[in-house]
Design a protein around this ligand. Structure first.
Ligand SMILES: C[S@@+](CC[C@H](N)C(=O)[O-])C[C@H]1O[C@@H](n2cnc3c(N)ncnc32)[C@H](O)[C@@H]1O
Length: 197
């Protein structure tokens, strides 16, 4: 990744999401007063996927952050599990779901293992997680998704973002290469969309 505001490159692994969700600096020299991807409502690309009939239960919201997408989808009647590796994100997502009286299962889990999850998901929504991972992490993430997704034909969606500060554009070719084994098995498709920040 590259911090365009500073004009220097850094590895995705250097970014401390937990610190950011605690209101602290996520890495040296980067000041953010909030998670820039949290716009207090679902991303338009995700709303469009839902309204286009692209999603089906059970949905796994990968790297769910503060839970807006999982909550939105649960409100629309889907069964949803959201996972994230940042404990403070999961805690805040649970608080948001409780405040809106919505039933979502929020789980603390690392995308590269997903040891806490069983094989049952028919849709994986990846809104801005994949590009946060390093090369080996992406491969491990694809293998973990393979394990937890159902064998029935399904769809998986990657709302690939463009976050100005983190320079997170993610080449479709990379997603295709890494995720090909899952797609072959499940009929998954990748859907990219721009997102608001
Ligand atoms: C750019 S944010 C996107 C959050 C949310 N999906 C959204 O669209 O608002 C990326 C999220 O991925 C999470 N994350 C990063 N690496 C992870 C990993 N290895 N396992 C699980 N979550 C991870 C971060 O904690 C963060 O919440």
């Amino acid at each position: 990744m590259q911090d365009r505001s500073q004009g220097r490159a850094f590895a995705p692994e250097d970014f401390d999401f937990e610190a950011l969700y605690q209101g602290k600096a996520p890495m040296d020299g980067v000041k953010l007063d909030r998670a820039p991807w949290d716009i207090g409502e679902p991303q338009p690309a995700v709303v469009a996927l839902e309204e286009g009939g692209q999603l089906c239960s059970e949905i796994l919201d990968a790297g769910c952050g503060l839970g807006e997408h999982a909550i939105f989808l649960a409100e629309r009647g889907y069964r949803v599990t959201g996972f994230d590796a940042a404990p403070s994100a999961i805690a805040q997502a649970r608080e948001r779901a409780a405040a809106r009286d919505v039933d979502v299962d929020f789980v603390l889990a690392d995308a590269t293992r997903l040891a806490e999850l069983e094989q049952r998901f028919t849709t994986v929504l990846d809104s801005a997680l994949y590009h946060c991972l390093g090369d080996q992490q992406r491969t491990d993430y694809a293998a973990a998704l393979y394990r937890v997704t159902s064998r029935a034909p399904n769809c998986t969606c990657s709302a690939s973002p463009t976050l100005p500060r983190l320079a997170c554009g993610c080449p479709t070719k990379s997603v295709r290469t890494t995720c090909a084994p899952i797609w072959e098995r499940t009929g998954i498709s990748a859907i990219s969309g721009s997102r608001a920040t």
